[in-house]
Design a protein around this ligand. Structure first.
Ligand code: SF4
Length: 184
């Protein structure tokens, strides 16, 4: 089964989402998500582009059953840096996993990747993440965890707020106990 950047993001939010997706359920699209698609990302990060000899826009990279599509790839000398533009203020773990996942695919395709970037529009914040052997090993573990989560039913416990903001809530139907939700 294909693992995409969206799969990685969903796994970071809740491992049970990738199980639901493997069973054929797909996310309810919220208004906030549609708004996010309308942001002019290029306008927000064009200040970065002058330092690079080439800007690759929304490429789609595939390696085996992995697929990733960063918003931009910045190319200088023989280095390639994936860059994702996000609407929020502060860095999030799922965004970091996603951009490292793209770096990994690019690396496996023979591109020289040393760092990855995230830009947060509301916070006007640029985050640089190192991509080295350590991050490469981490992404390999992450892919293994995702495959496991896709193929098995495990008990998940999440905070009330997290489940109630989850686009898969109506398919998941978790059981509420106090301030927590349980999947089994
Ligand atoms: S509703 Fe809660 S337990 Fe179910 S997939 Fe979403 S976050 Fe995970």
């Amino acid at each position: 089964m294909t693992i995409s950047g969206v799969t990685v993001k969903h796994y970071a939010y809740c491992p049970h989402i990738v199980r639901l997706e493997a069973l054929g359920f797909s996310e309810r699209v919220s208004e906030a998500m549609l708004e996010g698609q309308l942001i002019d990302k290029e306008k927000e990060v064009s200040f970065l582009f002058t330092k690079y000899k080439e800007i690759i826009r929304k490429p789609v990279y595939r390696w085996k059953d992995l697929i990733g599509s960063p918003d931009f790839v910045l190319h200088a000398y023989n280095y390639y840096t994936p860059l994702d533009v996000k609407a929020g203020k502060v860095p999030r773990l799922d965004h970091k996993y996603q951009i490292l996942f793209y770096s990994y695919i690019m690396d496996r395709l023979g591109m020289n990747v040393k760092e990855a970037m995230l830009y947060y529009i509301a916070g006007k914040k640029l985050i640089r993440l190192q991509y080295s052997e350590t991050e490469k090993r981490f992404v390999e573990k992450l892919i293994g965890w995702i495959r496991e989560a896709m193929n098995s039913e495990v008990k998940i416990v999440q905070k009330k707020e997290k489940c109630e903001n989850c686009g898969f809530f109506s398919y998941c139907k978790p059981r509420r106990v106090g301030k927590l939700y349980y999947t089994l």
